[in-house]
Design a protein around this ligand. Structure first.
Ligand code: NDP
Length: 349
C-alpha cells in the first residue's frame, strides 16, 4: 500500500531535495506546481522514479479553492509546504509579492487540509531563520546572542512599508509562521504542525539547470561572492551568520514527519556558524583554478565581527537525531556542482 504525501515547491531548490528524500524513502509524492511545464520538468529530473510522482497544477495558491481537488487525490499522510517567494530581486508591490502568498498561501493550505484531507497527520512547513533573528541585534561584544526556538524577529508590518524587498521577505516568513501557529490554536485541526527555520541553505542542486544564472538565490550569493569575484576583493559580509546543507535540511523534513516528538514543534535547522572567509579558505585550498576569482581575505581568521550572534541547534539534533555534515563537505560538493554547470555552459556557448 503506497504512502502518499503532498509537496508544494517541489521544483525549487529545497523542494526538489525534499522530493528526492521522500522518493528514496519509498513515498508516493504529489507535487503542486504553478504550471504543467514545471511539473513536466520534475518528471524529467526524476525520470527513474516518476512512477512515484504525480503533478497538480495550482496556478494561484491563494485562490480559495486552489488546493481542494489536489488534496482529495490520495489519502495523504503528510503535507510539506515550501512554496514561497524567495528572490530578493523580485520587483513589484512588496505586500502582493512576498507577504500575501506566504501568509494567505499558508492559511489556504492549512484550511483545505482541515476541510478536505482527513488522513493528513502532519503538516511540515518551511520557514526561515529570518523569522528568528533580530537583524538589529547582530553583534554584541559583551554578550553575543545565541538564538533558539523561543526567539522571534521583532520586525513589524510598519517596518515593511518603509523597507527593502529583503525586509518584506523576512516579514513574510515571520507572519506566515505566526499565522500558521495561530491557525492551529484557533482551529484545533485534526493534524499536527511542524515549522522548520533554516538559515542560509547551500548545496548542489537536485533539479536541473543549464546556466549559472539559474542558480537559486542562496547558491547564487555564494557564486557571486566566492566564485565570481577577485583575489583582492573585500571579504563579503551578510547578516546571516549560520548555514545548513540542503541535503541535511531534506533529511530533517522527512524526520519531522516521522518522529512522534516533533509534533507541534518549531525547529531551527542550522548546522553551525560560518563566515565567508571560511568558505573562501576551503575553495582556495582545494581549487587552485579559483585562486584569482576567490577573495583571499585573511586566511584562517573568521570574517564575522567579534561578538557575532550564533544559533543553538540542540533541539533539532536531539529530537530529530540529525548529524550535520561539515562545512568543508558542503562547500566542496557545491563547488564541484557549480563548476560543472559553468563548464557545460561554456561548452555550449
Ligand atoms: P526556490 O526559489 O528555489 O523555490 C521556491 C519555490 O516556491 C518554487 O517552487 C516556486 O515556484 C515556489 N513559489 C514561489 N513563489 C510562489 C507563489 N507565489 N506561488 C506558488 N509557488 C511559489 O527557493 P528555495 O527552494 O531556496 O526556498 C524554498 C523555501 O525555503 C522558501 O519558503 C524559502 O523562504 C525557504 N528558505 C530558503 C532558504 C535558502 O537559503 N534557500 C533559507 C531559508 C528559508 P515557481 O518555480 O513557480 O516560482
Amino acid at each position: 500500500m503506497p504512502r502518499y504525501v503532498f509537496l508544494t515547491g517541489g521544483n525549487g531548490f529545497i523542494g526538489s531535495h525534499i522530493l528526492a528524500e521522500l522518493l528514496n524513502n519509498d513515498f508516493y509524492v504529489s507535487c503542486a506546481v504553478r504550471t504543467q511545464a514545471k511539473g513536466d520538468k520534475i518528471l524529467e529530473d526524476f525520470a527513474a522514479q516518476k512512477s512515484q510522482i504525480d503533478i497538480s497544477v495550482i496556478p494561484d495558491i491563494i485562490s480559495p479553492d486552489a488546493y481542494n481537488a489536489a488534496l482529495k487525490r490520495h489519502p495523504f499522510e503528510a503535507v510539506f509546504h515550501t512554496a514561497s517567494q524567495f528572490s530578493s530581486n523580485a520587483e513589484g508591490d512588496k505586500y502582493q509579492l512576498y507577504l500575501k502568498p506566504a501568509i494567505e498561501g499558508t492559511l489556504n493550505l492549512l484550511r483545505t487540509v482541515k476541510d478536505h484531507a482527513p488522513s493528513v497527520r502532519r503538516v511540515i512547513w518551511t520557514g526561515s531563520c529570518a523569522s528568528v533573528i533580530d537583524y538589529g541585534d547582530l553583534v554584541s561584544v559583551d554578550h553575543p546572542r545565541v538564538y533558539d526556538e523561543k526567539d522571534w524577529n521583532p520586525i513589524t508590518l510598519e517596518d515593511v512599508k518603509q523597507g527593502s524587498p529583503s525586509q518584506a521577505y523576512i516579514a513574510s516568513k515571520k507572519f506566515a509562521e505566526q499565522g500558521a501557529w495561530a491557525f492551529m490554536e484557533q482551529e484545533k485541526p485534526h493534524f499536527e504542525l511542524v515549522t522548520l527555520c533554516p538559515p542560509a541553505t547551500f548545496g548542489p542542486l537536485r533539479h536541473s539547470i543549464s546556466r549559472i544564472e539559474d542558480l537559486n538565490e542562496s547558491n547564487d550569493r555564494l557564486w557571486k561572492y566566492c566564485f565570481d569575484s577577485t583575489e583582492d576583493a573585500p571579504m563579503p559580509y551578510i547578516p546571516v551568520h549560520t548555514y545548513v546543507d540542503v541535503r541535511d535540511l531534506a533529511k530533517v523534513q522527512v524526520q519531522s514527519m516521522i518522529v512522534p516528538e516533533a509534533a507541534n514543534q518549531r525547529f531551527i535547522v542550522c548546522a553551525r556558524q560560518f563566515s565567508y572567509q571560511d568558505i573562501c579558505d576551503i575553495l582556495r585550498s582545494h581549487f587552485p583554478e579559483l585562486r584569482k576569482r576567490t577573495p583571499l581575505g585573511r586566511p584562517s581568521i573568521s570574517s564575522l565581527p567579534q561578538g557575532a550572534y550564533s544559533v543553538d541547534n540542540t533541539k533539532v539534533r536531539e529530537i530529530l537525531g540529525i548529524e550535520f555534515r561539515s562545512l568543508e563537505e558542503t562547500v566542496l560538493d557545491t563547488a564541484r556542482y557549480m563548476l560543472h554547470v559553468e563548464q557545460d555552459e561554456n561548452r555550449t556557448v
